[in-house]
Design a protein around this ligand. Structure first.
Ligand SMILES: [Ca+2]
Ligand SMILES: [Ca+2]
Length: 485
């Protein structure tokens, strides 16, 4: 299979925190700058899990610029859309937004979010796309693209894609070709598989459109890593009991609205999870991995591990490069991994869902902490560490040279004790073996020896910094090391 990997250094988004002083009334944290612009297309009510995904999304609305919340159809709900269900969640958000602001600046007003709710195409698939079929949802996408904002516009698709298809149809039919090309180049699309025939039409009609998707049946989706059981690992944080105790019960009106799992927990959440600025992901580089999984740019034919189709949505052979499933390996540890490296012979999990599995406890704990923010004061909850590298996030070293990576200056807004774990993310750049540290990887400053290379190669190193608060929270930094002969 041909792979084309994009390996350009991006800037790492970092949270800016207030000083780690144990003040009596701590000030809220500053919200990040340069937030990703996000429009959500959701077939809310086709499955309770869209409501779950919205509740989590709102807890990160301080870190994203939400620009549209659009109700759509899908193969599971072909003739109805439910914008009122989005408004109902926003009513609960309105009750907790003042308390969220005690923790972090930037949570939008409820009125601002209500003004983003739109109706998308009222029926199923491409039959609802064409001349004269614009909807408030499709118009919102066009208007957002035409705003003079240099940032990419990210479309997070949790159901069918035909409202996006209508927006691009209208742009193609009504704008000069060079304008259409410029507008479409601003789009970054992530769809949760193909839940109507709009996705295949979009990819065929707009070959340059940035598109992440796991085509195929439920079994083929990277996104299923958010709720599938990991064999041999502790799956507590996706259990019904964990959701009851950490999200649903005793955590105020937004948590109370979180529905029980019907088919799978939050199958749509991976469509935005990597947009949250944790220091781990760069949304411009899906192959770098993040909470929402890791993806590679495949040139056709795009592999699918399950060609059985998605509930009646036919799979159309891909004709252009598309971002899709990547295989990751990792060792799940029953205890928190700090202080214990994988031992030789310890079972490694190698799977297209592992790009989500490997971070799952961390993003679940983060969700629990933010839900606690909805009811409790700053001093009674936990806030994530602030990772600080002692060197640039891009280094160049010679084959065989030792180099030191350090996050020694990291801090925590609650004054919590911190744990560190450095590791080489070996799948990025397709290293055959991981570059191991000569010393324990669970201290803030670790040295490595560059392997011998015959041409320049990049290796990605991640530091996980986890506090000892309740629940423990993790942030990351990524260092890209170019190794030269
Ligand atoms: Ca959905
Ligand atoms: Ca903390």
């Amino acid at each position: 299979m041909m792979r084309k990997l994009s390996m350009v250094l991006g800037c790492t988004a970092l949270l800016v925190a207030s000083p780690a002083m144990a003040a009596a009334t701590p000030p809220p944290l500053a919200a990040p700058t340069a937030k990703p612009r996000v429009i959500v297309l959701s077939d809310i009510e086709a499955d309770p899990d869209d409501t779950q995904s919205f509740i989590r999304l709102l807890l990160y609305s301080s870190e994203l610029d939400l620009e549209g919340l659009v109700a759509t159809t899908s193969v599971h709900m072909k003739t109805a859309i439910h914008p009122d269900s989005i408004r109902r969640i926003l009513q609960a958000y309105a009750l907790v937004q003042p308390n969220l602001l005690r923790h972090e600046a930037g949570f939008p007003t409820p009125d601002r979010l209500r003004a983003l709710v739109r109706e998308g195409q009222p029926g199923y698939g491409m039959a609802m796309v064409g001349a004269g079929k614009d909807t408030p949802g499709s118009r919102l996408i066009v208007e957002a693209l035409e705003r003079p904002d240099p940032r990419p516009l990210r479309i997070s698709v949790w159901g069918g894609a035909n409202t996006l298809a209508q927006a691009l149809y209208t742009i193609r039919e009504t704008r000069p070709p060079e304008t259409a090309k410029r507008l479409i180049a601003k789009l970054r699309v992530y769809t949760i598989s193909d839940q109507d025939d709009g996705g295949a039409w979009l990819r065929r009609s707009f070959p340059d459109l940035f598109y992440i998707v796991s085509p195929g049946g439920y079994g083929a989706g990277t996104w299923t890593g958010i709720h599938t059981l990991i064999d041999g690992a502790d799956n507590t944080t996706i259990s019904n009991a964990w959701l009851r105790d950490n999200i649903q019960q005793g955590h105020g009106p937004l948590g109370a609205l979180y529905p029980d799992v019907a088919y799978g927990m939050e199958g749509d959440t991976p469509a935005y999870l990597s947009l949250i600025p944790t220091g781990l992901s760069d949304p411009e580089h899906p192959d770098w991995g993040g909470w929402g999984g890791r993806y590679e740019l495949y040139t056709p034919p795009l592999a699918t591990t399950d060609p059985s189709g998605f509930s009646g949505v036919p799979i159309v052979p891909e004709t252009r490069p598309t971002w899709s499933n990547a295989i990751d390996s990792y060792t799940p540890l029953l205890a928190r991994p700090y202080g214990r490296a994988a031992t030789p012979g310890e079972r490694q999990i190698k799977d297209f869902r592992a790009g989500i599995w490997r971070w799952r406890d961390e993003f679940q704990n983060d969700f629990a902490a933010r839900m606690a923010w909805t009811t409790l004061p700053f001093a009674q909850t936990n806030h994530a560490p602030v990772v600080k590298l002692a060197h640039p996030d891009h280094l160049t070293v010679k084959s065989g040279a030792r180099f030191v990576l350090s996050a020694a200056d990291s801090s925590d807004p609650d004054g919590d004790s911190l744990s560190f774990q450095w590791f080489h993310y070996q799948e990025i750049g397709h290293w055959q073996t991981p570059i191991a540290s000569g010393i324990s990887a669970n201290i803030h400053t670790v040295d490595f020896t560059a392997p011998t290379v015959t041409e320049p190669r990049e290796a990605h190193f991640i530091v996980r910094v986890t506090d000892k608060g309740t629940p423990p929270l993790t942030r990351y930094a990524r260092v890209i090391v170019t190794i030269t002969p």
